[in-house]
Design a protein around this ligand. Structure first.
Ligand SMILES: C[S@@+](CC[C@H](N)C(=O)[O-])C[C@H]1O[C@@H](n2cnc3c(N)ncnc32)[C@H](O)[C@@H]1O
Length: 718
């Protein structure tokens, strides 16, 4: 497919096709089926030079077979010699042609005559294919079918554009193809850099010449979003003035924005305060969870800049799809994905001989490559090496955005903080994941909280652990490696270590590097018999244990009721992942805070000395320090409230007045009293937690409960 909207590729057939004649019939029939919902008038009109009338697509795809296969056969009689002029798209070698912008002025031949032309060519082609053909003709026929499939997509893109010009906003047909629904929040998938293969692998049944020859490309470490950018995310871009801020745009893109008055993706309209759009099934409210469609390269690039991210290169996209095919969603079924790569020949590229050599090669300048496929792409048409290409301003295709970033993510945790802050502050109820509390200052403040009179969990849990550590050690007698999740200062760890002489190694895992390094060094100094291998990492993401953990059975340790920071379904996911990570016959000790009276709970999270308030506000101070935000710390206050229905303490930062905050190049507005939800701390019953653990595949071996204020410790077995 290409910007010229009707260009064809060059042949590269390697393998003899069985059933070519059946395939011919099926592809040709599918084209007619796509035209079926359209009247003769619908099929005649052209909405812009880039788009062609359906009738012209039906004629041109037929012309392709006639011109490149049938015309050279002495027995073939042309249906109408004038059609060679009317339906040639851009092939100089095939002679002069009708001007592209005038395709919509052809009321003759009628739609019916064009169908008769198709039948005429089909009869000749089917007779030819049924009788068997040489490999050159076969290659041209396979190319003609791939060409026709490209036009099948163009029939849909072009008719949608035509209907977009119609104030009645008609539907192509009810129940027409729609993008795949959003599969939940975007996750990053990380890839290590190196040499990778790009291009159609030798031996493929078919690939266009522009995918060849396959060769090597060098990619750095990078990450790709596992799903496409959604409409909701695009609306946040619009609402942050995305279409009014030249600093986000390429110069050519900004010129387009102003010249064409772009304020949103193509087909979007604002009605009664909401965004609507035209789809193949008609005019409908924009679905916030669906991927954004009909954006140009310029818009895709500006959006990525606004997010502080970028678009993937062709080589990155292809490397990702080849090495982690199951991890990336919405690859081929929703929107073509703009890449940051200009459409250029691969080293060693040779256009095919003859007129079909004009298919791809002569367009290799000034266009950008898109990868993947869309809701309108015929099934099976695309592949990992497929290169679609359009001019950077074009937006009537089903084109969308998959974001990329440099690095695998570990080194980019500051970037992760920025992303989480920007994403979280863009939500109707602003929120930030609690893991960002723990920079060096946050970890220090958490220790201060543990010292307060009101914060009972640390005291009661420590007392309980001191009492039960020998029993835990006895039950985990086979375990030799202690793995702690969210180890912080590794204080409670000592109770387990001192009661468990069988332990030979300790793996503390924490997201806060300074706290982790210090705590690990202290443990190594105080317990020389233990090998200590700290892991800086996020325990909600996939983790690997260091080699020393390979030597023995594992005893997991997750104290502090940190598990209460998860929503129940997330806690289930964590427990399941921990079971996999810890392996066969592992044990896991979890500290869980228990439900109790609201007064005790709220006081624990809002102590009189203000330690919890300082801990909560440190999140904003950290954003100021690390991300250059301008939060006025005096203009926010700390709030802790017991939400009985959800069985959780919620921590919020409350805006004391109407204000705006700048962060990551964006402005966030706060009404007076509006809050950022910073933490949940779920409270459990021992029975409730045991059920959750059992559902995640653990056996509950024993639970203990402290006297007031109540706190629980549960020992689980794999
Ligand atoms: C409430 S403190 C508990 C510390 C210690 N386990 C205790 O019981 O005293 C939570 C600890 O978990 C760490 N943490 C929070 N979220 C994390 C995440 N997603 N991945 C890794 N560590 C995390 C924090 O840095 C902090 O050290």
């Amino acid at each position: 497919m290409s910007a010229a909207a009707d260009e064809a590729p060059a042949a590269a057939s390697r393998v003899v096709h069985a059933g070519l004649s059946q395939r011919y019939r099926a592809v040709r029939a599918r084209t007619l089926a796509l035209a079926e919902p359209l009247s003769a008038e619908d099929q005649t009109v052209q909405s812009m030079p880039d788009a062609s009338p359906t009738k012209w697509h039906l004629g041109h795809t037929t012309w392709f077979f006639e011109t490149f296969i049938l015309a050279e056969r002495p027995s073939y009689r042309r249906f109408d010699p004038g059609f060679a002029y009317l339906f040639n798209s851009y092939y100089e070698a095939a002679g002069p042609r009708h001007a592209r912008p005038k395709r919509g002025l052809l009321t003759r031949p009628s739609a019916e005559t064009v169908r008769a032309y198709r039948r005429h060519v089909d009869a000749a082609m089917e007779a030819l294919l049924d009788g068997g053909v040489d490999t050159r003709t076969e290659a041209l026929a396979v190319l003609g079918l791939a060409h026709e499939e490209q036009h099948q997509e163009l029939i849909l893109t072009d008719i949608l554009h035509l209907f977009g010009e119609n104030p009645l906003r008609p539907a192509y047909r009810q129940g027409a193809p729609a993008p795949a629904p959003a599969p939940g929040p975007a996750e990053w998938v990380a890839f290590e850099g190196g040499l990778t293969m790009v291009g159609a692998e030798p031996g493929l049944a078919f690939a266009f010449d522009n995918e060849q020859p396959a060769g090597q490309a060098l990619v750095g470490d990078f990450r790709l979003a596992d799903r496409l950018t959604t409409n909701a995310e695009w609306i946040a871009f619009i609402e942050d003035g995305g279409y009014q801020r030249p600093e986000l745009w390429l110069s050519e893109g900004w010129d387009r924005v102003r010249a064409e008055g772009w304020t949103a993706p193509l087909y979007w309209e604002r009605r009664d305060g909401a965004w609507w759009t035209l789809t193949l099934s008609g005019f409908a409210p924009v679905d916030p969870a669906a991927p954004v469609l009909h954006v140009s390269y310029y818009e895709a690039d500006a959006y990525a800049s606004w997010r502080g991210l970028r678009l993937p290169t062709e080589a990155e996209w292809e490397h990702a799809v080849r090495t982690a095919p199951g991890r990336l969603r919405q690859l081929y079924d929703s929107a073509w994905q703009w890449t940051a790569s200009a459409y250029a020949p691969y080293p060693g590229f040779r256009p095919a001989a003859g007129a079909v050599g004009e298919y791809n090669g002569k367009f290799m300048v000034s266009q950008m490559v898109l990868r993947g496929g869309s809701l309108a792409t015929p099934p099976g048409h695309s592949r990992p090496s497929y290169r679609n290409f359009f001019h950077p301003w074009q937006r009537w295709q089903f084109s969308g955005v998959r974001l990329a970033a440099d690095g695998t993510g570990e080194e980019a945790s500051a970037e992760g903080f920025l992303e989480d802050m920007v994403d979280g502050l863009s939500l109707p109820q602003k929120k930030v994941p609690p893991k960002w509390f723990y920079d060096a200052e946050g970890s220090r403040l958490f220790e201060a909280i543990c010292e307060t009179r009101e914060y009972y969990p640390t005291r009661t849990e420590t007392a309980l652990l001191r009492e039960i550590a020998p029993e835990i050690a006895a039950r985990a007698a086979e375990a030799t490696v202690l793995v702690e999740f969210g180890s912080g200062a590794s204080v409670k760890t000592r109770l387990i270590v001192e009661a468990s002489p069988q332990l030979v190694a300790y793996v503390p895992i924490d997201i806060s590097e300074p706290a982790l390094a210090e705590a690990a060094a202290r443990i190594a100094r105080d317990y020389p018999q233990l090998k200590v291998a700290p892991v800086v990492g996020d325990f909600t993401a996939p983790l690997d244990l260091p080699p020393i953990a390979g030597r023995g059975r594992r005893l997991g340790f997750f104290p502090g009721s940190t598990i209460g920071n998860f929503r129940p379904e997330e806690a289930g996911v964590f427990l399941r992942a921990a079971r996999t990570l810890l392996g066969r016959e592992a044990k896991l000790v979890v500290g869980v805070d228990l439900v109790k009276d609201a007064q005790t709970l709220e006081a624990a999270y809002d102590d009189a000395a203000g330690a919890t308030a300082a801990f909560n506000l440190n999140l904003l101070a950290r954003a100021n320090r690390e991300l250059g935000a301008d939060f006025d710390l005096d203009a926010f206050s700390h709030r802790a409230v017991w939400n009985a229905r959800e069985s959780r303490i919620e921590m919020h930062l409350v805006s004391r007045k109407p204000q705006t905050v700048r962060l990551g190049g964006r402005t966030f507005r706060f009404a007076e009293g509006e809050t950022i939800h910073t933490e949940n701390s779920y409270k459990f019953t021992l029975e409730g937690f045991s059920a959750l653990a059992a559902e995640a595949g653990w056996r509950v071996e024993r639970g203990w409960r402290s006297s007031d204020p109540a706190f629980g410790v549960v020992l689980l077995g794999a």
